[in-house]
Write a protein that binds this ligand. Sequence first.
Ligand SMILES: NC(=O)c1ccc[n+]([C@@H]2O[C@H](COP(=O)([O-])OP(=O)(O)OC[C@H]3O[C@@H](n4cnc5c(N)ncnc54)[C@H](OP(=O)(O)O)[C@@H]3O)[C@@H](O)[C@H]2O)c1
Length: 268
Amino acid sequence: MQHTTIAILGGGNLGTAIAHGLHSTGDYQPENIMVTRRKMHDVEELTQKGMRVLTNNQQAVATADIIILCVQPKQLFGLLQDVKGALSVGKHLLVSTITGVSIGEIEAIVGQDLPIVRAMPNTAIAIRESMTCIATKNASEAQMKRVESIFNVMGRTLRIEEELVAAATVLGASGIAFCLRYIRALAQGGIQMGFHAEEAQAIAVQTCRGAATLILEGGRHPEMEIDKVTTPQGCTIAGLNEMEHNGLSSAVIKGIMTSYQRIANIQK
Ligand SMILES: NC(=O)c1ccc[n+]([C@@H]2O[C@H](COP(=O)([O-])OP(=O)(O)OC[C@H]3O[C@@H](n4cnc5c(N)ncnc54)[C@H](OP(=O)(O)O)[C@@H]3O)[C@@H](O)[C@H]2O)c1
């Protein structure tokens, strides 16, 4: 059991997902997981599990070792102004999940040389299946290992350069939505062929899980697994080619690049 106390500032979609993920590991005392938000609603599930929900950020920061920032980018400035007086070098490790806000920008607001790590998880963190990319400019190796140990139990982590955090946001965090939309499209095709919606979804979801697991466990390039399914002149290659003629890969790449360009314009 870890004795670390974690304060998640901003208990929205991602903040609560992280809280549930941390709780489900069993590695933390539930009361050592704190979540803050300004309005006390949608917090019953957290409090029922023994986690603490507060409206006072300074109070949460005062008792925490690790602070995870989970507010919207435009809410960050106000939040940091609120807590910066309670932050202290040597005690706190700051982890920011905020899209589009650099370590330098956070440093400029808090005004002290705190170790700061940017972490880009996704909402699958609630079920311990996140892909979390982490980056730093000034955290020590020991501090990075600490952050890794938090996120490793809730999925996989990858260390990246800070310059790639925006790309990681699109591929890993927005990527959840991209994958889910593909699953929905598969299911819609299934319905048109005669399955009920629940049956079509069950087949689509398990098939996507199987495809991902083949790559995760086999470590091969996706095209090598595709080759095993595409019988010459068969139905799979006919369907795949039709999808590509309609721009499947191109649409995905273009969508990713549009999201990536949008990140640079996110309002802070
Ligand atoms: N969702 C994702 O998949 C994902 C993935 C990676 C990164 N991110 C990043 O994570 C951040 C949060 O995203 P989200 O989707 O979780 O947003 P969200 O659902 O809007 O959550 C933000 C939460 O912050 C709370 N909040 C705002 N100001 C606060 C303050 N001063 N003190 C305490 N709590 C405050 C809000 O609750 P009250 O209004 O009640 O205060 C709200 O619950 C964003 O910067 C996003 O870019 C999200």
